[in-house]
Each structure stands twice: as C-alpha cells, then as structure tokens.
Ligand binder design. Structure first.
Ligand code: MG
Length: 320
C-alpha cells in the first residue's frame, strides 16, 4: 500500500516555564503528521521532541521521507528514527488501521481526572487546602517534588500535608533521583505504612538499578528517568512506570499492553497539541479501566487554549 504523507510545523509557548531532568522548557516545537490512504482514510500524528538535539535529528530524517511512502518504508523507518518521529508516524498508522480512533467501537476515550503537581513543598499546605475545596467528592491525587531540602525538614512538611489530606486521596513523592540509599531508606521507613502513598518516584539515581530494585521490594517505586536512560526496563520493571507516550517511539506497543490489561503504567503528558492529546487521553482512560487505576499526569493549565489544542485533528492542522 502506498500512502500520502504530509508534515506541518507547529510551535506554542507553555503558560509556565517547566523544569525537567534535562533542563528548562518554555516552548514546544514539532510537526503534525497527516497520513492518507487510497480509500481516503486519514491518520494523524504529532512529532514533538523535548530536546533541541532530537528536534534537529527529526528534521533531518523528515527531509528524507518521500511524500508517497510505502507501508514497508514507514514500518522500517519507525524502527530507526528518533522516538518522537516514530511516535508521530506510528500514531498515524494506528489510526488509519483503526487500532484506535473514531472507527473503533469505543472511539477516542476521554481522560480521567489528572493528578495535580504541587508547585513547591514550601507552599504545599496552602495549595492542598485550596485543592481540598475543589475536589470535595472526587479523590484528589497530588504529586510533590522532594529531595530539595534536608530529610528532617521535608519529613515534617510531608507529615503536615498528610494530616491535611482526606483519607481517599493519594500522594506521590518525586525525588528525581536525588536521594542516596540511606535517605531513601529513611523515607521508606517513614511512609511504608501510609495507605495514601502511591509511590516514591525515582528515589535513587539511574546509576543505582540494584538499589531501586531492593527498595521496590519494601515500598512502591515508580521509575521515570531510569526508563529514559534504559528503555528495556519498560519490559522488565514490574512496579510502577511513568510513561510519556509522545517521547517513547511507536505507541502501538503501549496501546496493546494497556488493552491487554497490563498494570502499573502511569500515563503522563509531554505537553502536546490536540492531536497528541487524544492519545494521552485515550491511553489514560485505558489505564483507568485496567487492573491498577491511577490518576494520569495531564498537567492541567500548562498548555494555552486555542484551536491548536482542539480534539478535532483538522482544526489543529489548520491552526498550525
Ligand atoms: Mg518524575
């Protein structure tokens, strides 16, 4: 089968500056993908890398893709391209094949409530009080960045938050690899009986896989940076995984895993246009009906409003 493929550049500014393990991000840039077959079926995708290096790599591969590629050329490319490009084309193929999308029985599913990122541990009490009034009936899931101050100080702050949090809420602590084994052990002892704790996120550095594995035998450990560093952990790590589909390559594998009911995968945004957001929403919804439902990380309020964020791909395409 021969397809017609088009790419269109987009960019947008985030409403806030985002700190990631790889530096600060203020703007997202990339390309939208429009794939068409001879029956006039459409598949849409989005290529939206986080780093400038991957953006440049994607650009040089895009120049080499013919505008009338065969199925084989696209499938072969997906295996060697940068992850963001493989996502974009894999997503468009999945949609045109009706593995996902409006031609399936379920259609595009809407997402469950997102977890809320508390902006800093020091302001967390104020923020949690505000959130409690907004989430009266629904369970509230909060995520707090830790490993920025001394253990005793952060422990006292987290203790105060736990006293404030309703019993049906959930809390995640993200250390971004910032603890050593001794500190991680102290946190484990402090929180191992706490039913509202969902996990310690990347408690130890990516350089200590053995320490992470040992810790995960005593308390739930979610891997984030480790999965970027060593993607083979996506198959071997049985505890929680933070998954950002748009940065991981061909999404058909994660889609299949979630459809099969494989648990312990939390879906997280990488700040996408409406075309990518349909995937994040749908995968989060599949996660939610699986064996280990948990709130996705959708970063509400970080993307601006407008047609680029519509869930109708044609509107997104015309707005780019
Ligand atoms: Mg993280």
């Amino acid at each position: 089968m021969v397809y017609k493929i088009q790419f269109k550049k987009f960019s947008f500014a985030l409403t806030r500056k985002l700190r990631t393990s790889q530096g600060y991000i203020k703007e997202k840039q990339g390309w939208l993908v429009c794939l068409k077959n001879k029956y006039r079926d459409y598949g849409w995708g989005e290529i939206a890398p986080f780093t400038f290096t991957e953006l440049q790599q994607c650009e040089s591969y895009l120049e080499k893709i013919s505008n009338k590629p065969t199925r084989q050329e696209l499938e072969d490319g997906i295996k060697i391209w940068p992850n963001a490009l493989s996502f974009g084309v894999g997503a468009a193929l999945a949609e045109i094949d009706s593995e996902i999308g409006h031609k399936t029985i379920e259609g595009w599913l809407p997402p469950p409530d997102s977890a809320v990122l508390i902006s800093s541990i020091d302001s967390s009490k104020k923020e949690v009080n505000l959130l409690k009034s907004q989430y009266k009936k629904n369970p509230l899931t909060i995520k707090i960045k830790v490993a920025l101050q001394a253990f005793e100080k952060e422990k006292d702050l987290i203790n105060e938050i736990l006293n404030l949090l309703p019993l049906n809420s959930h809390i995640r602590l993200d250390a971004n690899g910032g603890w050593n084994r001794l500190e991680a052990g102290k946190w484990m002892n402090f929180l191992k009986e706490e039913p509202r704790l969902e996990w310690l996120e990347q408690p130890l550095s990516v350089d200590d896989p053995e320490g992470l594995l040992n810790l995960s035998k005593k308390i739930h450990v979610a891997l984030d940076e480790s999965l970027i560093n060593d993607p083979s952990l996506r198959d071997s790590w049985k505890d929680w995984q933070i998954r950002r589909p748009l940065l991981e390559g061909d999404p058909r594998f994660l889609l299949a895993d979630l459809k099969q009911g494989i648990g312990y995968k939390m879906i997280s945004t990488a700040f996408e246009t409406g075309i990518g957001r349909r995937w994040i929403n749908h995968l989060s919804a599949l996660q939610q009906i699986g064996p280990t439902p948990t709130a996705p990380g959708l970063a509400p309020g970080w993307c601006p409003h407008g047609p680029l964020f519509s869930l109708n791909p044609e509107i997104v395409w015309n707005a780019a």
